[in-house]
Design a protein around this ligand. Structure first.
Ligand SMILES: [Zn+2]
Ligand SMILES: [Zn+2]
Length: 230
């Protein structure tokens, strides 16, 4: 799978375009990459020769981790019952918690996201999502039969107990799951590098590689990328 990072910066009213590719597995290329965010697509997963270990089904390592966390917090009964699974049918949600079933479902796309963001400081997205969902189970477990709001005070308290005090309420994956094929192909007139885009570019944009090489990194209209097909 190929990861393309696109960073854009505004410079003197014009915009320079900076683009680089990182080849993760030397496999297929998926079409959409947004500003440093990796957007994996389902066909990529399917065509990958090296399948993720837990594409679907129970994850005993994560279950063990969950049990330990819950046990430390005194939720022994919940610790015994909790199950963690990878569910490939999940779409934009990163995770889900079902209290009746004591089941946490995780989106397998999280694995790819982890792969692409190993250098991030915030810890792995899998760990964070797991704790977010555990907080739902723990909050309801502590509340007993009382009805609680999904992301109310009880949940926030459980988040603090699980070391994710700053957790936001959003369950959605931090990347787009809908992948669009780029319709607009731009090209640098100098180095011939192509820049496929989903949308038409409305600003004045030049190839950063060429601006760096020949103009000290300043915007140079000679390297304005041009639309070659749409
Ligand atoms: Zn939630
Ligand atoms: Zn160029």
């Amino acid at each position: 799978m190929r990861l393309r990072n696109i960073a854009q910066r505004v410079y003197k009213g014009a915009q320079l375009l900076f683009q680089f590719d990182v080849d993760l597995e030397g496999g297929t290329r998926s079409p959409l990459r947004v500003a440093g965010v990796y957007a994996p697509s389902a066909p990529d997963l399917a065509s990958s020769s090296e399948k993720p270990i837990h594409l679907s089904g129970r994850d005993h390592a994560l279950e063990e981790k969950s049990r330990n966390l819950l046990r430390q917090l005194g939720a022994t009964k919940l610790a015994r019952e909790v199950r963690v699974e990878w569910n490939p049918r999940m779409k934009s949600a990163a995770g889900r918690a079902d209290y009746r079933e004591k089941l946490i479902s995780l989106n397998p796309l999280l694995r790819d996201h982890d792969l692409a963001s190993v250098s991030r400081q915030s810890g792995s997205d899998i760990d964070r999502t797991l704790r977010h969902e555990l907080a739902h189970l723990l909050a309801q477990f502590r509340a007993g039969r009382r009805r609680i709001a999904p992301h109310g005070v009880e949940w926030r308290e459980a988040c603090r107990a699980l070391d994710i005090a700053d957790e936001a309420r959003c369950h959605n994956l931090p990347f787009a799951t809908k992948v669009y094929a780029p319709r607009f192909i731009y090209r640098c007139p100098n180095c011939r590098q192509e820049f496929p885009r989903v949308r038409r570019i409305r600003r004045v944009i030049a190839c950063l590689a060429c601006c760096r090489k020949h103009n000290g990194g300043d915007f140079d209209p000679r390297f304005r990328i041009k639309l070659i097909s749409h």
